[in-house]
Structures are given as structure tokens and as C-alpha cells.
Design a protein. Structure first.
Length: 163
């Protein structure tokens, strides 16, 4: 089961990525494939918050750009910037498109973390340990979203500390 949490109006969500689901009805909330998606369950373990938005939460629905076109899913970052959305097709929300939306963002962030690790390695090779250390720390801070890169950054920080 995907760990969906129903949001009360005005509740603040603090997570690197937030997937908001706006179901079409209570029945949709009980029977959707979004409840049992294996991929979404895995993504939730990587600090992707799964939240259900209530129909009466007009402020949040407006901030997500949702009108009458439900069901829908919207992916945002911590600061509320919309990274992508999936809208209903023939009255149903395509689960595979929601999974792809989240997967693509996680892949993009992993690639970005890899690029930052490469820059940090270059700084370390050039003897600029302070710059390398700062970049490694930033990658390590994102270890929940990018676990492998976070482990690499932790190892590199330990190696720099031994110098």
C-alpha cells in the first residue's frame, strides 16, 4: 500500500518532493490503482511525500492549478513549485503516467547529483578541499532522494577529512 496521507486544509508539507493526488470522488479514493502502486511505494521511501488533497481545500487546489479537472496528480518541490502534473484520461488517472512523472524527476535529480559529485572530485583533485567539501555536503544532504550519491558523498567527505 502506498502511504497516502489525507491533508487537512492549511497543513504544511515539508518534504523534498510532494505528490499531491486529487481524487474525483470518495469511491475513486478507495479503488484507485494509486493506492497499490509498487513504484509509488518505493518512491515514498525516497522522501517523496504522498498526499491526498480534499475537495474543500480551495487554497491548495488553486495553488496547484486544479479546477474541475479531477482526478489529477501534481508533483511539487519543497517550495511549492509545480514540477509536473497528470490529468485524467476518460475519467481515470493513468497510474503509469503518475509513476513516470515521479520517476523522471528522481532520475533528473540523480543525474544532477552525479554532476555535482564530478565537480566536487575535480575540486578535490585541484586541491580545493573547501569547495569539494561544500559540494559533497550538499549531495549528502539530498541522500534520501539520491541514496547512492549520498553514500558516495559521505565516503568522499571521510576521505577528505583524513587528508
Amino acid at each position: 500500500m502506498v502511504p497516502w496521507e489525507v491533508l487537512e486544509p492549511g497543513t504544511v508539507v515539508d518534504a523534498p518532493l510532494i505528490l499531491f493526488w486529487i481524487p474525483a470522488s470518495g469511491d475513486d479514493l478507495r479503488r484507485s490503482g494509486l493506492l497499490t502502486s509498487y513504484d509509488l511505494t518505493l518512491f515514498s521511501s525516497r522522501c517523496v511525500a504522498m498526499r491526498v488533497v480534499r475537495f474543500n481545500d480551495r487554497v491548495r487546489l488553486t495553488s496547484l492549478g486544479i479546477g474541475a479537472d479531477v482526478p489529477a496528480a501534481v508533483l511539487t518541490n519543497r517550495s511549492g513549485d509545480i514540477l509536473g502534473r497528470v490529468e485524467a484520461k476518460d475519467g481515470a488517472l493513468p497510474v503509469s503516467e503518475v509513476e513516470d512523472l515521479v520517476r523522471d524527476e528522481l532520475d533528473r535529480r540523480e543525474a544532477e547529483a552525479e554532476a555535482r559529485l564530478d565537480r566536487a572530485r575535480e575540486h578535490a583533485e585541484d586541491g580545493n578541499d573547501a569547495a569539494a567539501s561544500a559540494i559533497y555536503r550538499a549531495v549528502f544532504e539530498d541522500r534520501c532522494i539520491c541514496p547512492r550519491q549520498g553514500r558516495d558523498a559521505r565516503r568522499a567527505l571521510k576521505k577528505l577529512a583524513r587528508k
